[in-house]
Design a protein around this ligand. Structure first.
Ligand code: TXA
Ligand code: MG
Length: 339
């Protein structure tokens, strides 16, 4: 097995990464949301290498990343009016917009769909790489399919060592959860995956914002996922996580009654389980802190060998909805609701 090369984000390292990308290779790249596995979005053979490195099902489409608004025009059939408004307000940033794809996007990139998700990241290094390449970059999150998304170059290395030639280290991803994915229907915006750009933020663009039912509910057998990624098992640490939805008092009472020796509590503050005989791991007090730390916390649970986890329930609005959506999947939808 070969060793994946760790590159810094200085000029000569970026040139090395760009050279690899230009020759049709896959490179781990930092973005403000999570790290991505990047390749030339218009090169079929390069994109196939992404699917192979990740172990990703072929029908799960990739997001195409650009660094300048003008780059979008050849990629899509038409830009909806609402998309211009969203781009003005939220790009560059953690928002992916789904539009009808043009013929230059290969079917492998779009997972066989006739639409494509486009995002303009704000991370300086990601933008410099796209600029230097001169082509759009397809990039899913840089984790092995099914494990938590990576928020550091080290996380990418753990999953991808020996599978890709290089990773560019751009520091800890500031946002920490993947982008908000939206589609447009007449005069409304549908949220397929919640992220840092919240439903409340999008209501500043149009009052008709729909949160797709797949965001907080498990897909029924046989129903079609509007966003194929939502039907796959996700973010799963080895531990068995249960979300405990209720006040701090109710959480503490539940833990006292149900915890065993090896239970770990995933809490907002170290004080939450003060004076209780359980292990704790803290994932932040605010929505933003929780988004920032969630995936790192899920990986840490595996590192400490946690088996049974009781997690406090994130807020279900604002950026909290994105955290809740990811934690629900990590918990395989096991929620205990307390009065
Ligand atoms: O923040 C992010 O979005 C990161 C960084 C690297 O940009 N990327 C990311 O990609 O999270 P990925 O592949 O892990 O998740 C993309 C999600 C999947 O759930 C996929 O099904 C959905 O977006 N998606 C992509 N293209 C789509 C399309 N044309 N229609 C519906 N859903 C789409
Ligand atoms: Mg992903």
């Amino acid at each position: 097995m070969f060793e994946t090369k760790m590159l810094s984000s200085d000029e000569s390292s970026l040139n090395e990464a760009v050279k690899l990308l230009k020759s049709g290779e896959v490179v781990g790249i930092p973005t403000e949301t999570v790290y991505g596995l990047g390749a030339n979005a218009l090169n079929e053979a390069a994109v196939r290498k992404i699917f192979a490195a990740k172990g990703r099902p072929a029908d799960n489409p990739l997001i195409v990343h650009i660094s300048d608004f003008e780059q979008i025009r050849p990629l899509v059939k038409e830009i909806p009016e609402l998309a211009y408004k969203c781009a003005d307000e939220f790009w560059p940033g953690p928002l992916t917009m789904i539009m009808q794809k043009s013929d230059i996007i290969p079917d492998v990139t779009s997972g066989g769909l006739d639409s494509v998700g486009i995002r303009m990241p704000s991370h300086k290094t990601a933008r410099a790489i796209i600029d230097k390449c001169g082509f759009p970059i397809a990039a899913p999150s840089a984790n092995l399919s099914g494990s938590p998304s990576p928020t550091t170059a080290g996380h990418v290395f753990n999953d991808m060592n020996g599978r890709i030639p290089a990773i560019v280290d751009g520091g800890y991803s500031a946002v920490g959860v993947e982008s908000t994915v939206i589609s447009f229907e007449n005069d409304s915006i549908r949220i397929l995956r919640p992220g840092f750009v919240s439903a409340e933020d999008l209501k500043g663009i149009t009052k008709n914002v729909i949160i797709d039912k797949g965001v907080v509910a498990q897909l029924e057998k046989g129903s079609v996922a509007l966003s194929p990624g939502m039907k796959y098992k996700h973010y799963a640490p080895k531990a068995d996580i249960t979300i405990i939805d209720g006040s701090l008092g109710a959480f503490r009472a539940y833990v006292s009654k149900n915890a065993s020796e090896d239970t770990v509590c995933m809490v907002f503050s170290q004080n939450d389980c003060k004076d209780m005989n359980v292990g704790t791991i803290c994932f932040g007090a605010t929505d933003e802190e929780q988004a920032h730390m969630l995936f790192d916390t899920l990986r840490e649970l595996d590192n400490i060998g946690a088996k049974k986890v009781f997690a406090r329930c994130p807020r279900k609005s604002g950026v909290g909805l994105a955290v809740y959506n990811r934690l629900l999947r990590a918990a395989a939808f096991q929620v205990v609701t307390l009065k």
